[in-house]
Ligand binder design. Structure first.
Ligand code: ASP
Length: 324
C-alpha cells in the first residue's frame, strides 16, 4: 500500500540549531536534513520537504504563517494527506492557532519543534519529528484541525501553551489536558475537539492588535494612545476572571468606542467571566462598556483571532462565539 504523502515545512527554531560563531546555537539545518536524520520517517510517509525560513521563532510573524497556511492549503488540494510544520517552540502556541484558524478541511496539520538543540545530548527533535509525522499521517488525527505534538503529547491548537523555558515537557493544555498521545508508534486520541469556523487565507495577515497585561495599580495611561499608534484593536489581559482597577474601566470604555477591545485573563487558564462580579472594573462593567469576552482563549490566541477577524475592515462580532 502507498504511504501517506506529507508536506514538511521547516521555519527554523532550536530543532534546526547547532553551535554558531556567535557563541551560542543558531538555526542552520533545513527540512531535508532534519528528515534525513530520522531514518524511521521513510516507513511512515512519503515526504516532501521545504524550508521557507531558517529563523528563531521570535522572528516569525503572523504574515509569514499566513503564507505557510496558503502553502499547506495548496498542498492539500494537490493530494497531500497531512502537513508537519517545524519551528521554534517560543511561538508554537501562536503559529498552531493561526494555522488552525486558516487551513480548512479535515487533513491534519501538526506543528512541532524541540527544546534541545540538534547537537545537544538527549536532543528531543528526532523523536518529536517522528511522532509529529505519525500523527499527521494518521486517520485518527483527521478532523481535529491543527495540533501541536511534542514529548509524545498531542495538543489541540486552541488549548496548547508553552509552560516552561527549558524542559522537553514544556507544552501543556492547562484547561483540558492533551487530546492524546503517541505510544508504541501509534496515534491514540482520547478526546476530540470539533473544528471551529476557518477564516479566508486570501484576506492576508492579521490587523495590528495590542496585547496589554493589566498589573496591580497601573492607571491605564498607555491605553488612550493605542489608536494613535496605529493599533486596529486591543486585547486586555485582565486580572483573574477579567478585572481591572475601577479607574481603568472608563478608559477601556472610551477605547472600545474607537477600536474593538477584547477582554481575556492574565491567569494561566479558565474562561473570562461574563455575569458574576458587579463591582466597578469587573467583567459585567467592562462588557457593558463594549468589551468582547475572549471566552477560554488566552490573550496571545485572542490577539490573533481578533486581528484576522477585523482585517480589511471586518467586524469582530461573532468571531469569539465558538470559544465561549
Ligand atoms: N528560542 C527558540 C525558538 O523559539 C526556542 C526553541 O525553539 O525551543 O526559536
Amino acid at each position: 500500500m502507498a504511504l501517506p504523502r506529507l508536506l514538511f515545512v521547516s521555519l527554523g527554531g532550536t530543532i534546526t540549531m547547532v553551535p554558531s560563531d556567535s557563541g551560542g546555537i543558531a538555526p542552520k539545518l533545513g527540512a531535508a536534513e532534519l528528515v534525513a536524520s530520522v531514518p524511521a520517517l521513510k516507513d511512515v510517509a512519503s515526504i516532501e520537504a521545504h524550508s521557507p525560513f531558517k529563523l528563531p521563532s521570535p522572528s516569525l510573524t503572523p504574515d509569514k504563517l499566513v503564507d505557510v497556511a496558503g502553502q499547506i492549503a495548496k498542498a492539500f488540494e494537490s493530494g497531500f494527506d497531512g502537513a508537519v510544520v517545524i519551528q521554534g517552540t517560543d511561538t508554537i502556541e501562536e503559529s498552531a492557532f493561526l494555522l488552525d484558524l486558516l487551513v480548512p478541511g479535515d487533513k491534519p496539520v501538526v506543528v512541532t519543534g524541540a527544546m534541545r538543540g540538534a547537537d545537544a545530548p538527549g536532543a528531543d527533535g528526532p523523536a518529536n519529528l517522528l511522532a509529529a509525522a505519525r500523527v499527521a499521517a494518521s486517520k485518527e488525527a483527521r478532523g481535529l484541525g491543527t495540533l501541536a505534538v511534542l514529548n509524545y503529547d498531542i495538543h489541540a491548537a486552541r488549548f496548547v501553551q508553552k509552560s516552561h523555558t527549558a524542559l522537553p515537557s514544556a507544552f501543556l493544555s492547562p484547561l483540558t489536558g492533551p487530546l492524546g498521545v503517541v505510544a508504541e508508534g501509534r496515534t491514540h486520541i482520547y478526546c476530540r475537539v470539533g473544528r471551529n469556523p476557518t477564516l479566508p487565507i486570501a484576506g492576508g495577515g492579521p490587523a495590528p492588535i495590542a496585547l496589554v497585561k493589566v498589573p496591580m495599580g497601573d492607571d491605564g495611561r498607555m491605553l488612550k494612545d493605542l489608536p494613535r499608534l496605529g493599533y486596529a484593536g486591543a486585547v486586555i489581559e485582565g486580572m483573574g476572571a477579567g478585572h481591572v482597577h475601577a479607574d481603568v474601566a472608563p478608559i477601556l470604555g472610551e477605547l472600545a468606542e474607537k477600536i474593538p477591545v477584547v477582554l481575556s485573563s492574565r491567569s494561566m487558564t479558565g474562561p473570562v467571566f461574563t455575569s458574576t462580579y458587579g463591582y466597578a472594573g469587573a467583567e459585567i462593567d467592562l462588557l457593558k462598556r463594549g468589551l468582547v469576552p475572549s471566552g477560554y482563549l488566552s490573550g496571545l490566541k485572542a490577539r490573533l483571532l481578533l486581528g484576522l477577524a477585523i482585517r480589511g475592515g471586518g467586524n469582530s462580532a461573532g468571531a469569539f462565539t465558538p470559544y465561549q
